[in-house]
Design a protein around this ligand. Structure first.
Ligand SMILES: O=c1[nH]cnc2c(O)cc(-c3ccc(F)cc3)c(Cl)c12
Ligand SMILES: [Mg+2]
Length: 214
């Protein structure tokens, strides 16, 4: 039974959530993390900003770096138009296993696909693996040290197009200074900061939205 935090989160969802109701899944996971056990989901406050960016962008293809338990995949997947696809990369197989069950519980397993492996290994394979040419939106939420190298890798692999929206979590806490400096100074991006708080706390954090200009 729930030996790990992701397993305890999944068990709480299976016990207290409504299968097939993605909005309820988001609220139920937020209740678990707010009342039982903190977990590193993007959460409700930053999640409202993610919702706004997704609805404004209306992406047909989304790439998420860092799945964890699938909270943000469900949060974004629930807002996508029919026929849209969200691909999420997770290097920890135990996390990916829980995420697949959370995504299926939410009824989003047709729109959301979890790939297990490192971003460095998977990003160069995406065009071959999926019949996707470029992504309309990227959500960076994996490891702070990887944001910048993976962004450059996405550019090199031709997975970004004029207007692709990059949305990055945790640019304040834990903080991604090299990534911020790059997207804010490079002529290839137009960046905007959204101050917020670290999930389930009142510690300062924020999201950075950067539009790729090609
Ligand atoms: O590693 C992370 N990946 C993706 N999102 C994350 C997040 O939203 C929060 C944190 C975090 C921040 C402060 C703290 F005290 C403990 C954990 C981490 Cl460490 C990650
Ligand atoms: Mg995060």
């Amino acid at each position: 039974t729930g030996r790990t935090r992701p397993e305890r989160l999944l068990q709480y969802l299976q016990k207290n959530g409504t299968r097939g109701d993605a909005n309820n899944v988001v609220d139920t996971i937020d209740r678990f993390c707010g009342t039982v056990e903190w977990a590193m989901n993007v959460g409700g406050e930053k999640g409202k900003i993610v919702d706004k960016v997704v609805l404004e962008t209306n992406p047909g293809t989304v790439l998420e770096l860092g799945t964890y338990c699938g909270y943000s995949a469900v949060r974004m997947g629930r807002l996508l138009a029919p026929g849209s696809r969200l691909i999420t990369l997770e290097m920890n197989p135990a996390y990916a296993k829980v995420a697949k069950e959370v995504i299926a519980f939410a009824g989003l397993d047709k729109q959301v696909e979890v790939l297990v492996g490192s971003t460095t290994e998977l990003i160069p394979q995406l065009k071959k693996k999926l019949d996707i040419d470029t992504f309309d939106m990227i959500f960076l939420d994996h490891w702070k040290q990887s944001y910048l190298p993976d962004t450059k890798l996405l550019e090199e692999c031709g997975l970004l197009r004029k207007g692709t929206v990059l949305l990055a979590d945790n640019v304040i806490c834990p903080g991604t200074p090299d990534y911020l400096q790059y997207v804010r100074s490079s002529p290839k991006y137009l960046s905007q900061h959204f101050p917020s708080v670290l999930e389930y706390t009142n510690a300062p954090d924020g999201l950075e939205k950067s539009v790729y200009l090609g």
